[in-house]
Design a protein around this ligand. Sequence first.
Ligand SMILES: Cc1ncc(COP(=O)(O)O)c(C=O)c1O
Length: 460
Amino acid sequence: MHRPRPCLYRAPVPERNRTSRVSPLPLTALSSEHASEREAIPGFREVPRTGVIYVVTEATKRGYTSLDPEWVNLGQGMPETGAFPGGPPRVDSITIHPADLEYAPVGGIIALREAVAEFYNRRYRKGMPSQYTAENVAIAGGGRAALTRVAAALGQVNLGHFLPDYTAYEELLDVFRMFTSIPILREPETGYEFNASDLRREILGRGLSAVLASNPANPTGKVISGDALAGWVETSRDLECALILDEFYAHYVWNGDAPVSAARYVEDVNRDPVILLDGLTKNWRYPGWRVAWVVGPRSVIDAVSSAGSFLDGGGSRPLQRAAIPLLDADYADREAKVIQEVFRKKRDIMVSRLRGMGVRFETDPEGTFYVWGSVADLPAPLDTGMGFFQAALDAQVITVPGEFFDVNPGKRRTARGSRFRSHVRFSFGPSEAAISRGLDRLEALASPAAEPERRRPAQK
Ligand SMILES: Cc1ncc(COP(=O)(O)O)c(C=O)c1O
């Protein structure tokens, strides 16, 4: 007979629901509000969902569906996917060849690997003696599959990762138990700056053999580019510390340095320990295709491809073939350009309207399609990320509380509060019209004239 036991849903728990002592349970597992009644099955653990999935689950409980035009999803990690005036045509059909019915090679089809290598050489490495080839590229079924392969290929080392960063890193950095993940702080007070000498100090002081970072960074929008990025690459080369850069937002750069990639500063493609990840998800706005790649020294690519042989077996063959023309110089550059135009406008609208509402920014977003701000100056209960999130849900707007990005692999940190409990991530991935509608509602919520009951307490 089944004895139903609550399945502890390991979404991050709002500060106010946390116990003050260290609990024997994972800290993110404690909220009965988030627990669903499920039978515990021996041998299995509860696998947490990432913060973005959590917020969508909470919204769904209140009636959200992605097709409901009444809702505005400013939590979404996805760019709008339609055609833009002046942009290249969108692909809306693909042909499946008889050969596509077979497996793709685990490392990806050779023609796409060549196209990716050529894309990096053309865009970032013109005239440099060392050039990428297909041997330097592995294809995977989406960004997280690519990241998982890289993580599975790491040895018994200390891996540095940054706080805050992309929520999916939390489980990713724990699940393989081979390497030890060491958090490195990026400070709101310095606008999340992190220069090459900061990196050098962390690598030496913490005995790091690898560092993982998103650049442009999710959620802060901070971009390391130009000389600063050259300094990071040089430091990684000098100290023989692998630099794993997640460049999924390389086209979304607002500081004048677009597009950004550390590929520009690699000297020897097979010796410099620089590993880059990108794909069609954001920079080409085809998240549903699940086509991504890892670019790096061929020995790393061999290991990453081997990891794919037991983890996922390789990406979709027809979509890999369909991806080849998208890496064409003209297509990719036109897409990057139109992204710059359309998203910069949305960014400017969002930054200025949120600022008008009293949201504070330590740094204006230099990249990505996120705005990361502190709501600490807003009236309660809008003055915490969780309070803001709950109140915005009542207005049918989805946001993401900042504490979800305070990634905590293995839940090894204790119950102390997150540095980002007053932060919120707002996405300008949706269309301009949707963003404007969402901002109208958030303005109404935050306006001094709003009735206090419209801002009901974060959790009842
Ligand atoms: C920094 C970063 N890297 C990688 C990804 C993963 O993309 P995918 O949806 O292809 O797994 C995301 C998606 O949100 C991201 O924000």
